[in-house]
Design a protein around this ligand. Structure first.
Ligand code: ZN
Length: 273
């Protein structure tokens, strides 16, 4: 397989009607993927789907803001972590983007309590990943116009790195930070991944050109953010190719070089083969 989609949700209900057809198109396009869990039930679905399908791996974890009811259950997740193609923990992290909107509709009561809840979930998963020597698939989304969620994640990693060293590693999925934030994640040894948004928005070009070639991954984040020419439709891993093409163009490198480097990068961080 030539292309690696570092972050999709192929087990998601968006594909319940035609998942095997979507999987078949992915394989015909030469794409492999990691399907990402967002709570316990989704993580179990991801792990089961990966176990049954070549070219699919899974991560298990709890998204910071998708499921407000779920609490971290170490015992249940430890069982899932033993499944054969589970290659990471997440997506986990901090999402401050909707805090004010969620408070306005009564989904959360107050900002500080919600941040505490997210931090608690994130810190448990970070410890769990280090204990099990698995990489993290990280989700960070700051309040609009700020870098606040990234700042807080970096602060948490700063002290955790002293305890865990190289066991603490992974990828910042759907990276939307600037070069200053990118540099700080690089210093901690993390890679950053980019979605189909790069095919139609130019605001990430600067950070994409700034990053060294061994610290970049690509992803579809299917079923979300389909690249041009399928923008606005349901996304799927087979649409990985225009994202590679655009990334090669932005970085002024050959497609073959990007394919080789991305493969090396994803195999180094997540043990996919
Ligand atoms: Zn995701």
């Amino acid at each position: 397989m030539r292309y690696y989609d570092a972050h999709s949700h192929l087990h998601d209900k968006a594909y319940d009607a035609d998942r095997e057809a979507v999987y078949k198109r992915m394989r015909e396009a030469g794409v492999s993927t990691i399907t990402i869990g967002t709570d316990y039930a989704e993580s179990e679905k991801a792990a089961v789907f990966a176990a049954d399908h070549d070219g699919v791996w899974a991560t298990i974890g709890i998204h910071p803001s998708d499921n407000h009811k779920e609490e971290w259950d170490e015992v249940r997740f430890a069982k899932l972590a033993k499944m054969p193609k589970v290659v990471g923990i997440g997506e986990c992290g901090l999402d401050y983007y909707r805090l004010d909107a969620d408070r306005a509709i009564g989904k959360i009561v107050n900002r500080d309590d919600e941040i505490d809840r997210q931090r608690y979930l994130f810190e448990h998963q970070m410890e769990f990943a280090a204990t099990h020597d698995l990489p993290l698939m990280l989700h960070g989304r700051p309040t609009k116009g700020t870098m606040d969620a990234y700042e807080d994640m970096l602060h948490i990693f700063g002290s955790a790195k002293r305890d865990h060293g190289d066991r603490l590693r992974g990828d910042i999925h759907f990276f939307v930070g600037d070069t200053i934030i990118a540099k700080r994640f690089l210093d901690l040894g993390f890679s950053m991944s980019f979605t189909g948004v790069i095919t139609f928005a130019r605001e990430y070009d600067e950070v994409i050109r700034y990053l060294p070639p061994d610290s970049i991954l690509l992803e579809t984040d299917s079923p979300y953010v389909a690249p041009t020419p399928n923008r606005g439709k349901r996304n799927e891993p087979a649409y990985m190719i225009p994202i590679y093409q655009k990334m090669a163009e932005i970085r002024d490198t050959s497609l073959d070089d990007l394919i080789e480097r991305t493969k090396t990068n994803i195999q180094r961080t997540f043990q996919v083969d």
